[in-house]
Design a protein around this ligand. Structure first.
Ligand code: SF4
Length: 446
């Protein structure tokens, strides 16, 4: 098959890994990836579908492709991932412009889908494959699309937490850990291709191994990953607050390769809201955990995700959240207005309207801005290790990330220097502004 195709990958990093797996399978089949859908034989839109804004983005992209197809500038449209999975019963009739749909359990069917769509004598009807969302994870190699020097490492799929506001467990299925030897093998392969930073992801990485080995195994996995030559940074995302035990905290504190940056979504701090949202643990548990992490891991950078306007949140509960943020001074915060998702328990509960939820989210970002600015300013006069990601054409400066920056969601470090992309530099910071740091390269690291 020597078709030219384009890939539009939407949503989270876990979905990006699925896109990278489809890139590998199509490359093996002889297809050629092109940067633009215009003029391609087919396009894949790998969708997200867990909240309204993500669904709208997916549909906008699909309709844009349908316009190209109608004008004869694109061959076929293949839609994969969470949107078709969530709406598998009605999506073909809703989007007749699309030639094939693959659910979250059928990414490995991409070549068959292409063969079916591109076959002039093939079936006229739309090709669909929905293999179910709780099957064992396909161990498919990837064409890594991130970097240079870093890559996501997905260690599990699905979620059993069933937070009342979240549709992901209904889309991505039950929690399934990958075998530790498969993960380590993949990490070794990534390191052999120049990857130095692994960003460990799943819906909930703290639960890793509980299904497969009957116990939490993230600390053991981190130890094994840190023994791989070439890997210098292991960054942990999506840690569930009540799944932290002393073994994991001690491993993070003592393992030099584990980046002292922890992403721990708490969503809220009020006990009644946490309870009604089916979140395990109390506000007090979160306070104790964050204080313990700061004591046991000096200089740790905490990132969290919050939802404003959750059911049950009146001005009183919202104030409680704001007061906690002022006290906890969390360095990195992502805030989302509550979006009542059909099929979730929270959607049936009383809640403020979207405008009010958005107003509260904006207030939290205003509250957080000086906290994050002060954190950035604390780097001025220091030398930081930076993973260089390239050179900015406009300014001519190199740019990259420090340990305190995760890709696409945090800041960047701009610096005068000659560090190649994918390598580490030591940078003397002399300025901080709007979440970005500026400085001069003083050497190489690693
Ligand atoms: S932990 Fe909660 S919010 Fe996160 S994916 Fe699972 S159910 Fe959704």
């Amino acid at each position: 098959m020597d078709y030219k195709f384009a890939m539009i990958s939407l949503g989270c990093a876990k979905n990006l890994v699925n896109s990278e797996q489809m890139l590998y399978l199509l490359d093996e089949a002889g297809c050629q990836l092109v940067s633009e859908p215009d003029g391609a034989d087919f396009v894949i839109v790998n969708t997200c579908g867990f909240i309204d804004s993500a669904k709208s983005e997916a549909i906008d992209n699909i309709l844009e492709m349908a316009e190209l197809k109608k004008n004869g500038r694109l061959g076929k449209i293949i839609v994969t991932g969470c949107l078709p999975e969530r709406y598998k019963d009605e999506i073909s009739s809703e989007l007749p412009e699309v030639d094939a749909f693959l659910g979250v359990g059928s990414f490995s069917d991409i070549v068959t889908a292409v063969e079916s769509c591109m076959d002039p004598d093939g079936p006229r009807c739309c090709y669909t494959a929905f293999a179910g969302n709780s099957e064992a994870i396909d161990e498919i190699p990837r064409v890594v699309s991130t970097g240079p020097g870093w890559a996501y490492l997905r260690i599990a799929e699905g979620c059993n937490n069933f937070c009342a506001f979240c549709a992901i467990p209904y889309i991505r299925g039950r929690y399934r850990s990958r075998k530790i030897e498969n993960i380590v093998e993949e990490a070794k392969d990534l390191a052999s291709h120049g990857v130095k930073e692994l960003i460990v992801i799943a819906q909930d990485i703290t639960r890793y191994g509980t299904d497969l080995y009957g116990k939490r195994t993230l600390a053991k996995l981190c130890r094994e990953l840190s023994e791989i030559d070439g890997i210098e940074w292991i960054r942990l995302h999506y840690l569930y607050p009540d799944q932290f035990d002393d073994e994991l905290i001690d491993e993070i504190a003592s393992n030099e390769k584990i980046v002292k940056y922890l992403d721990i979504p708490i969503q809220h701090i009020n006990n009644e809201i946490l309870k009604s949202m089916n979140r395990r643990g109390t506000g007090e548990d979160i306070r104790i955990l964050f204080a313990k992490l700061r004591e046991k891991i000096p200089g740790v950078v905490l990132r969290t995700s919050l939802i404003a306007g959750l059911p049950g949140e009146s001005e009183k509960e919202f104030e409680e959240l704001c007061d906690y943020l002022k006290e906890a001074r969390i360095e990195r915060v992502g805030i989302f207005p509550f979006s009542p998702e059909e099929g979730t328990p929270a959607a049936q509960m009383d809640h403020v309207d979207y405008e009010e939820a958005q107003r509260r989210a904006d207030l939290i970002m205003e509250l957080q801005a000086p906290i994050m600015d002060a954190f950035c300013a604390s780097f001025v006069g220091k030398t930081v290790k930076v993973l260089c990601e390239g050179r900015d054409e406009e300014s001519g400066l190199c740019f990259g990330r420090s340990f305190a920056d995760s890709p696409d969601i945090d800041g960047l470090v701009y610096f005068e220097g000659d560090c190649p992309a994918g390598e580490f530099a030591s940078v003397d910071i002399d300025e901080a502004e709007d979440g970005f740091l500026y400085g001069n390269q003083s050497g190489y690291e690693g």
